[in-house]
Design a protein around this ligand. Sequence first.
Ligand SMILES: NC(=O)c1ccc[n+]([C@@H]2O[C@H](COP(=O)([O-])OP(=O)(O)OC[C@H]3O[C@@H](n4cnc5c(N)ncnc54)[C@H](OP(=O)(O)O)[C@@H]3O)[C@@H](O)[C@H]2O)c1
Length: 279
Amino acid sequence: MNPPGVTLITGASSGIGEAVARRFAAHPGVELVLVARRGERLEQLAAELPVKASWLAVDLTDDDAPQRILAHVEEHHGRLDCLINNAGSAWRATFEEGGWENVRRTMELNFDAQLRLTEALLPLLRRSAPSSIVNVSSTASRISRPGAGAYSASKYALTGWTDALFFEERKNGVHVGLVMPGFIETEGFPAAELTGNPMTSWLVASPEVAAEAIWEVGPGGVAERYVPRFFAIAAFIRILWPALARRLLKGGMGKRFVTSTGADAADRDASESDAHSDR
Ligand SMILES: NC(=O)c1ccc[n+]([C@@H]2O[C@H](COP(=O)([O-])OP(=O)(O)OC[C@H]3O[C@@H](n4cnc5c(N)ncnc54)[C@H](OP(=O)(O)O)[C@@H]3O)[C@@H](O)[C@H]2O)c1
């Protein structure tokens, strides 16, 4: 086992990250570092947890975010045993609609920010070894759907990099693992289109199920986990029988499994309030 000790969770203000904080806090001796943009949420969560928990409100895409987080961990905890790169978002658009700009902003958060933070914290993780990193990718990093290309690209990149980093950091005692959720009902990914239909609601799992998988991959030292586990079937079909994957996902079927996201709703709210202020 890799001791959870001091664990840093990005995206801890909601969904999977919040569930991870509660799961890890059930383990005696754990200290948590909670990171996201909404400080009030982090402050409240930290106060509710039965373990020492500090928090830092920061936008992970800011230039100085990695150095600010490193300084916070050094000042308040002095070591780092587990890093959970969980923060992420999805903006739905075809390439025709969203173009490179949608790919750029998705990569900036779901890929670049994870690497920048890992680069800043790796020396501390090595000094604290045995330690671990969990990258929260997605089943979308193994199989793409129409309208979710930017998201899949960012998660394919994260998954590919994770596998390489696993080999590179073994000698330093830093275990690097991967979690690939399918559909988990959260603020960012409400999956309302699926939960509202008895034919598809069974596909959607809770954030607690994802948090358990993250526990097994980080402290537990497991290489990778799909959440729920049966989502591995989608990846196997894509790799072993790509023509079948394309046949299944083209047309209406593929679109049905691209659920609307919290990031899209936030964009819509922002443009409506801009339109009101222009009147
Ligand atoms: N739920 C699913 O179905 C599903 C499936 C596959 C993969 N995933 C992955 O799981 C991870 C967690 O997602 P979730 O489902 O728990 O969604 P969520 O509830 O929307 O959580 C996303 C977290 O990321 C934080 N975040 C977003 N942008 C940020 C930024 N620029 N800087 C710092 N923090 C930021 C958010 O906090 P603030 O808004 O406070 O910053 C929030 O805490 C993501 O990487 C997602 O891609 C989810």
